[in-house]
Design a protein around this ligand. Structure first.
Ligand SMILES: CC(C)(COP(=O)(O)OP(=O)(O)OC[C@H]1O[C@@H](n2cnc3c(N)ncnc32)[C@H](O)[C@@H]1OP(=O)(O)O)[C@@H](O)C(=O)NCCC(=O)NCCS
Length: 166
């Protein structure tokens, strides 16, 4: 369900539930290439190392999922798999909130490193990751199908919010 235009208030970040899966899948489908199916999101809920957080905003018409982040916590590392914010709510700091909660949860679990991969042309995402201290560690040429776009591999030492430069 889309409620265009109206700003969101009181953004709450919480874990995705089964009931959220259709809305999260629709959001992912609208975001760009290689969307996941509902089955994939449902399977993620059953994998103990997989975590999906949703950002829920208040609107006149009711609550709405404005974004989500999916990550895995493996050994000492958090691996970002997806982060998406609904187009009409981008630029309001929602991805930054999701990213910070992921980081806090990983730190609380004793993890020390973070890794991700991103399309070379995804400037918004790369900027976001850089503000959290991620740096490019490798380039995978032609990694993504279709246009054969390069993937940038990025990693960071995990740091509490207080140590980050915005
Ligand atoms: C990338 C994305 C998640 C950012 O979400 P967002 O909620 O708009 O981001 P925020 O408002 O929290 O911005 C946080 C920081 O990200 C960077 N950023 C976000 N959008 C940007 C843009 N269009 N251009 C440049 N930098 C941008 C900035 O550094 C920004 O900090 P600032 O506002 O202090 O400059 C969003 O654009 C999106 O959903 N894109 C489509 C899905 C996608 O490509 N996901 C990543 C790969 S899975």
């Amino acid at each position: 369900m889309d409620f265009p235009g109206e700003p969101l208030h009181d953004i709450e970040i919480r874990g995705m539930t089964l009931d959220d899966v259709p809305a999260v899948t629709a959001l992912d489908r609208a975001a760009g290439p290689n969307p996941w199916t509902e089955d994939i999101f449902r399977r993620e809920l059953q994998i103990s190392i997989s975590h999906t957080l949703v950002a829920v905003g208040r609107q006149e018409q009711g609550d709405q999922i404005a974004g989500f982040i999916t990550f895995w916590m493996v050994a000492d590392e958090v691996q970002l798999h997806k982060i998406v914010v609904r187009r009409q709510h981008q630029g309001q700091g929602i991805a930054r909130k999701l990213f910070q909660v992921m980081t806090d949860q990983a730190l609380a679990c004793g993890l020390s490193r973070a890794t991700l991969e991103v399309r070379r042309t995804n400037e918004a995402a790369i900027k976001l990751y850089e503000t959290f201290g991620y740096r490019i560690t490798a380039v995978r040429k032609g990694y993504y199908g279709g246009a054969g776009e390069d993937a940038l591999m990025m990693s960071a030492e995990l740091r509490p919010a207080a140590l980050l430069k915005h």
